[in-house]
Design a binder for this molecule. Structure first.
Ligand SMILES: C[S@@+](CC[C@H](N)C(=O)[O-])C[C@H]1O[C@@H](n2cnc3c(N)ncnc32)[C@H](O)[C@@H]1O
Length: 198
């Protein structure tokens, strides 16, 4: 089977602001892609990240939906990491998809809202033939509680996250290939290379 894990820059964040001068509300959009990975990068939390010259393409909500459609065309199974507010840009999800939740034991995206986000969704599309509870391994919980990655890199994933996502896809190291489409720190690829299931 051909599998892929996609951990792209997160979609932009929208906020509603009360505009006293104009006497109404306005919607603002804040980049995450260009701001965290673009050429004029200003990193969050002082953490380093790499720079990609085309990072700003991920500030377009449409680009995220296009990614999902590319994965459906090119892979038997795949997973996309995103943010709770980012889920909207991928919808409507194909019927076999499940939305998983990685709950972080510490940290999270600070943001300016009263409610601090401390979980991240993963959209998982297991391959056909691996979606039933008795097909190819055991059932997998849709929640992972794990600490953020130890690599000091914005958006890096802990080893437990990669193993959980591979398990959700029914990954078989004997027969499958997995493409890590947004390697960043290399944490996901390193765990795939270990070829170990939970
Ligand atoms: C969320 S991070 C990936 C983190 C990675 N999974 C890890 O564990 O370290 C997103 C990555 O996408 C890269 N990126 C940004 N714009 C891109 C583009 N247009 N094409 C491909 N990669 C891009 C960023 O530089 C960054 O490395």
């Amino acid at each position: 089977m051909r599998l892929a894990i996609a951990d792209p820059p997160y979609p932009p964040q929208y906020s509603e602001r009360y505009d006293t001068a104009a006497g109404g509300t306005r919607i603002t959009m804040r980049s995450r892609a260009q701001r965290w990975y673009g050429t004029d990068r200003r990193s969050g939390n002082g953490k380093p990240a790499d720079v990609h010259p085309a990072a700003n393409e991920w500030d377009s909500p449409r680009r995220h939906r296009d990614l999902l459609e590319q994965l459906l065309d090119q892979y038997d199974g795949w997973a996309i990491a995103t943010t709770p507010d980012g889920l909207d840009h991928y919808r409507p999800l194909p019927i076999p998809c499940r939305t998983l939740a990685w709950v972080k034991t510490t940290g999270g995206i600070p943001g300016g809202h009263r409610i601090r986000s401390s979980w991240e969704p993963v959209i998982a599309y297991p391959p056909r033939g691996r979606r039933g509870r008795a097909e190819h391994g055991r059932q997998v919980r849709d929640v992972l509680i794990a600490a953020p990655g130890v690599r000091n890199f914005i958006g890096s994933k802990p080893a437990a996250w990669t193993r959980w996502v591979l398990d959700a896809l029914g990954y078989d190291p004997e027969t499958d290939t997995v493409d890590d489409l947004f390697p960043g720190s290399g944490a996901v690829s390193a765990e795939i290379a270990r070829g170990v299931l939970l």
